[in-house]
Design a protein around this ligand. Structure first.
Ligand SMILES: Nc1ncnc2c1ncn2[C@@H]1O[C@H](COP(=O)(O)OP(=O)(O)OP(=O)(O)O)[C@@H](O)[C@H]1O
Ligand code: SF4
Ligand SMILES: [Mg+2]
Length: 334
């Protein structure tokens, strides 16, 4: 049962129709989140991680739209549901903690009212029951003084508290799937560790399946059972987290892992940057999008269309014509 996916994304593509052209933020992404596990989506800024998360819930903001693909929650194809049905699903079966706190919290409602709102929208409970349940949910998110927090307004919360409140709202109904978009970025390490711990506890208690979106490989390493690396809207490597960390096969993953700050390094040193810049998603080339930055490129990369994600060993895939082997020369740093 554990191996059975609860969420399946098949051939998902999405774009933003801008005056500069179609920004292809998600390109033919297929992924499965296994029941009770954590799948991380990682990659540089602009890789399309948030767009995947929003597309799953059909929440891409204008001028974004889904151009292809299916998203199954168990057997239900979310993308074919009416907006009303998606609203019913959201919060109860699948919930998202948004990267942008402005999307996640209403500035003019107290925290308690916001948690109660999601409860009363889905459950036939009295006002009092909703209030009790909301205090329970806040306590569950590690607030020792839930009544006080419930009375406060978003502007009165620290970054860490606001993030916890957003997680409390998203998990108030114990959804089966939680999409957590950068749940700890911009927080100091102590608060980050506490929030990751809360997420782990939620998972252990309720068997929540988590799609964790994070550009932070330290967070990915700590939290994820499996990981997908995105580049220019596509998944370029997928595998169980340990395997990908130990044996990255795509040159981009390798470069990302090399640019990660290590615990034994002087943390004040600047990170080595991956050479070159991420491509313009409105003008993606036919060939491999990593080509201009890739130290492993050969002729085939210049003449053939972008490589497809291909399984290299059971459960480990990469989209590259020249998958590297551990310990290969230049990883592509300046
Ligand atoms: N509302 C929008 N209008 C136009 N383009 C957008 C919009 N939102 C996102 N994009 C573009 O879509 C692409 C993917 O963005 P997305 O936010 O999904 O990336 P991300 O991997 O989540 O990045 P980050 O790590 O910075 O959060 C980017 O090129 C971005 O500029
Ligand atoms: S296909 Fe070629 S250019 Fe693309 S990542 Fe692999 S080696 Fe580099
Ligand atoms: Mg994002």
């Amino acid at each position: 049962m554990l191996d059975e996916p609860i969420l399946r994304i098949e051939g998902l593509s999405a774009q933003f129709d801008t005056p500069e052209g179609a920004v292809k933020a998600v390109k033919d992404v297929s992924l499965s989140l296994r029941r009770g596990t954590t799948l991380a989506l990682t990659g540089e800024s602009g890789a399309g991680k948030t767009s995947v998360g929003l597309a799953i819930l059909n929440l891409l903001p204008y001028p974004g739209r889904i151009t292809a693909g299916r998203v199954y929650l168990n057997e239900t194809d979310i993308l074919t549901l009416s907006p009303e049905k998606v609203r019913q699903l959201r919060g109860r079966d699948i919930a998202m903690v948004f990267q942008d706190p402005a999307t996640g919290l209403n500035p003019v409602l107290s925290v308690g009212a916001q948690v109660e709102e999601i409860i009363t929208a889905h459950l036939p409970v009295s006002k009092r029951e909703a209030r009790d349940r909301s205090l329970e949910v806040l306590a569950q998110m590690g607030f020792p003084n839930p009544k006080e927090v419930a009375r406060s307004y978003p502007f009165q919360l620290s970054g860490g508290m606001a993030q916890r409140v957003m997680i409390a709202i998203a998990t108030a109904l114990n959804p089966k799937v939680l999409i957590a978009d950068e749940p700890t970025s911009a927080l100091d390490v102590t608060v980050q560790a506490a929030i990751l711990d809360d997420l782990r506890q939620l998972q252990q208690r309720f068997g929540t399946s988590i799609l964790l979106i994070s550009h932070d490989l330290g967070v990915v390493a700590q939290m994820a059972d499996e990981m997908a690396v995105m580049y220019a809207g596509s998944v370029v490597e997928f595998g169980d987290t340990r395997t990908v960390f130990e044996r990255p096969r795509h040159p981009y993953t390798w470069a990302l892992l090399g640019s990660r700050p290590r615990w034994d390094q002087d943390q004040t040193r600047p990170l080595p940057a991956i050479r070159g810049a991420a491509p313009n998603l409105a003008q993606l080339p036919e060939e491999c999008p990593y080509l201009p930055r890739c130290p492993k490129a050969t002729n085939v990369c210049r003449t053939e269309p972008a490589p497809a994600l291909t399984e290299l060993e059971p459960g480990h895939s990469a989209a590259c014509y020249n998958t590297i082997l551990h310990g290969d020369g230049d990883a592509g740093f300046d």
